[in-house]
Design a protein around this ligand. Structure first.
Ligand SMILES: CC(C)(COP(=O)(O)OP(=O)(O)OC[C@H]1O[C@@H](n2cnc3c(N)ncnc32)[C@H](O)[C@@H]1OP(=O)(O)O)[C@@H](O)C(=O)NCCC(=O)NCCS
Length: 286
C-alpha cells in the first residue's frame, strides 16, 4: 500500500546512482550519471532520497558554494507518489542540512510544478531563466584562443565574479567530464573577458555556464560553442535578467522550451542572476 508513513528520508550517495538516474530518466531530464556523481561528490551528506521499502521514489540535492550560498537541485518525486508530502519532506531535509552548515542564502531554479511548494516554504521569485534548445547546422569559424591550462585560475575567478560565489569544484568537474575544452575570450590586454563550457547530457549537449563582460562577448562565445556542436542537439538555460532580447537565440535557430523561475531564501544577492551571467551551469547547480 502506498502509505506516507512508510516513506523514509535518508542521505543519498553514489551507491544510489543507478536508482537516482533511473528516476531522472523517467522524467526525461537531461542529467546523466556524471551529473549525479558530481552532485554526490560536491556535497557529501547534502543529498537526500525518499525511500519506500528500500525503493528510491524521490530525490533532492544541495551544492554549497563558499560559506554563504547553496543551490538546491534534482527535486524529483516519482509520479505515482506525488501530492503526498514527499517533496516537502525532502526539501525540509535539505534546508535543515544547510542550516546546520550555517548557509544563509539558498537558491534554486523552479519548474511550474515545484514553484508553489517552494513558495509555501518561504522562497521568493527573483529572476526568470529560459530553457532554449535546438540542433544548429551551421558551422561558425572559432576565432578565439585555444584553451590553455594557464587560463584556469582566471576562468574560476571570472566565474566567481559573475556568479557571486566560488564554484571551482563544480567548474573543475565540468571541464574534466567534457570532451570539449572550455572556450575563452580575451581582451586586448590578454585578460579573460568571458568563457563558455559545454558537456554531454542524456538527451542533448548542455551549453553552460557562459559568462562574459559584455553581451557581445557572450554571443561570440555562444557562436563558438554552437559551431563546435554543429549537428548536435543542445540545451541552454538563458538568464533573462541580463536584459538581452532572447530573439538572439531564435536568430541562431534555437527554440524556447520552457520557463524556470529562479527562487531564493535569505538575503538578496545577484548570485545566479548577475548581468555577467548569460547561461547557467545547470538548473541543478545555478
Ligand atoms: C515538484 C515535486 C517534486 C513535488 O513533489 P510532491 O511530493 O508532489 O510535493 P508535496 O506532496 O510535498 O507537495 C505538492 C502538493 O501536494 C500537496 N499535498 C501534500 N501532501 C498531500 C496529501 N497528503 N494529499 C494531498 N495533497 C497533498 C501539497 O500541499 C502541495 O500542494 P500545492 O502544490 O497546491 O501547494 C513533484 O511534483 C515533481 O517531481 N514534479 C516533476 C519534477 C519537477 O518539476 N521538480 C521540481 C523541480 S524545481
Amino acid at each position: 500500500m502506498k502509505n506516507r508513513e512508510t516513506i523514509e528520508i535518508e542521505p543519498l550517495d553514489e551507491r544510489h546512482l543507478p536508482a537516482a538516474l533511473n528516476l531522472s530518466e523517467q522524467s526525461h531530464w537531461n542529467q546523466n550519471g556524471q551529473d549525479w556523481r558530481r552532485l554526490f561528490r560536491s556535497s557529501p551528506g547534502g543529498c537526500f532520497g525518499a525511500f519506500l521499502e528500500g525503493r528510491l521514489v524521490g530525490t533532492v540535492t544541495t551544492s554549497v558554494y563558499g560559506t554563504q550560498l547553496a543551490w538546491i537541485g534534482m527535486m524529483l518525486v516519482d509520479p505515482d507518489y506525488r501530492r503526498r508530502g514527499i517533496g516537502t519532506r525532502l526539501m525540509q531535509a535539505a534546508l535543515d542540512q544547510l542550516q546546520r552548515l550555517g548557509i544563509v542564502a539558498v537558491k534554486l531554479e523552479a519548474t511550474p510544478a515545484g514553484k508553489p511548494l517552494y513558495e509555501t516554504l518561504g522562497f521568493r521569485a527573483e529572476g526568470l531563466v529560459e530553457r532554449w534548445e535546438g540542433t544548429v547546422q551551421r558551422r561558425v569559424e572559432i576565432k578565439g584562443p585555444a584553451w590553455e591550462e594557464r587560463f584556469r585560475p582566471s576562468l574560476y575567478g571570472f566565474d566567481r565574479l559573475a556568479f557571486g560565489a566560488d564554484r571551482s569544484f563544480l567548474l573543475a568537474s565540468l571541464i574534466a567530464d567534457s570532451p570539449l575544452a572550455p572556450l575563452v575570450a580575451l581582451d586586448a590586454k590578454g585578460r579573460l573577458d568571458g568563457f563558455a563550457l559545454a558537456r554531454p547530457g542524456r538527451q542533448a549537449f548542455y551549453i553552460g555556464p557562459v559568462a562574459a563582460r559584455s553581451p557581445a562577448t557572450a554571443l561570440a562565445l555562444l557562436d563558438g560553442m554552437l559551431g563546435r556542436l554543429a549537428g548536435e542537439k543542445i540545451y541552454l538555460d538563458f538568464n533573462t535578467t541580463l536584459g538581452l532580447d532572447s530573439e538572439v537565440l531564435a536568430d541562431r535557430g534555437l527554440v524556447k522550451q520552457r520557463d524556470l523561475t529562479q527562487m531564493a531564501l535569505g538575503p538578496e544577492s545577484l548570485a545566479g542572476i548577475s548581468p555577467l551571467l548569460f547561461g547557467l551551469a545547470g538548473p541543478e547547480s545555478g
